[in-house]
Design a binder for this molecule. Structure first.
Ligand SMILES: [Zn+2]
Length: 323
């Protein structure tokens, strides 16, 4: 059934879903909530479920047209709903920062028309844009050989800078969620929902209680996170006080662009310095400086947790880190 590439990464979740797909013994839930540290794995699992449901062969490397469409993510049976996908239902047809009530209504409408396919609806957060290029390259890595970003509804152009991200209550709030409750509880025949999130706490209870929750194996997206700061590390630490202030500003921008709290960025900075120190363990001067820098970072984290203004914390930290 499922491709070996996802089975090795997520053996439990793959087996669990496969067992619900055995021909003649299907026992699919109406709705699944996949939770864990790797949204790409969750997205892959949802697409594999859609592929097996719509393929006569059900083999991992099937070459039927349906499996080909799924690999290109242009199969009419798969609907990805995120703030940047399925947007033709928004009044202005533009991407938003949240999943909208109009998208929920559009979906209801679409599902009221019967289909010869088994439709799989994937709710996820997603980011798209030039600023996500590095992250997208790293997040996709060799996943590109098996799956692809959803093909946009009105163009045929490939999406280089699209990445799935876990849902949160902020992106998928109660209004669109509640509009879908009845549909999730009693979907039309051959419709299955997937919700991708870090943790069940990130979704409103009414959705969680109507879904079968499948926790994924821990498979963090490390390159994704360090990728955010790659450009930054090339010229780190700053050379002067002026440069330090610019760096502080840029760090806060990066935090905002990636919806990361500044504390998380300091964790990444800390990891980076520890790795650098390991690589330079025979350079006593470097290590001594690294220890001092790590102390400054810990101090800054402490300040952030005591609600000192992040801008002030970053400015003073980067000035301390400057050579
Ligand atoms: Zn096939």
């Amino acid at each position: 059934m499922f491709k070996p590439e996802i089975k090795t990464k997520q053996p439990f979740a793959s087996q669990f879903l496969e067992s619900a797909l055995v021909p003649g013994k299907e026992k699919l839930a109406n709705s699944y909530m996949l939770t864990g540290s790797n949204t790409m794995d969750m997205y892959f699992l949802a697409l594999e479920t859609a592929r097996v449901l719509n393929c006569p062969e059900k083999t991992p490397n099937c070459t039927c047209p349906g499996c080909g469409w799924i690999a290109q993510n242009r199969h009419p049976a798969v609907i990805t709903i995120s703030p940047v996908d399925y947007i033709r239902h928004n009044k202005d047809s533009k991407p938003k920062t949240v999943i909208t009530i109009d998208q929920a209504r559009g979906l209801k409408q679409a599902l009221s028309v019967t289909s010869r396919y088994h439709r799989v609806i994937i709710f996820t957060d997603a980011k798209e844009g030039k600023e996500y290029q590095t992250r997208a390259e790293q997040a996709w890595g060799n996943y590109r050989e098996f799956i692809a970003p959803p093909v946009p509804e009105n163009t045929d152009s490939a999406r280089e800078n699209w990445i799935p991200a876990p849902l949160s209550r902020k992106t998928f709030h109660s209004e669109p969620a509640n509009a879908l409750l009845k549909l999730i509880e009693e979907p039309p025949p051959q419709v299955t929902f997937f919700f991708l999130a870090k943790d069940r706490e990130d979704m409103i209870d009414t959705i969680v209680s109507r879904s079968q929750v499948i926790p994924l194996a821990y498979n963090p997206e490390p390159s994704l996170e360090t990728g955010i700061l790659d450009g930054f590390f090339n010229k780190f630490p700053p050379d002067s006080k002026e440069e330090a202030v610019l760096y502080a500003e840029r760090l806060l921008e990066i935090a905002k662009e990636n919806s990361l709290p500044p504390e998380e960025l300091l964790n990444l900075l800390e990891n980076h310095l520890v790795t650098l120190a390991r690589h330079n363990s025979d350079n006593a001067g470097f290590c001594k400086a690294a220890v001092n820098r790590l102390k400054s970072i810990r101090q800054a984290k402490l300040e952030l947790s005591s609600y000192v203004n992040p801008q002030a914390v970053m400015d003073s930290l980067l000035i301390k880190l400057a050579q």
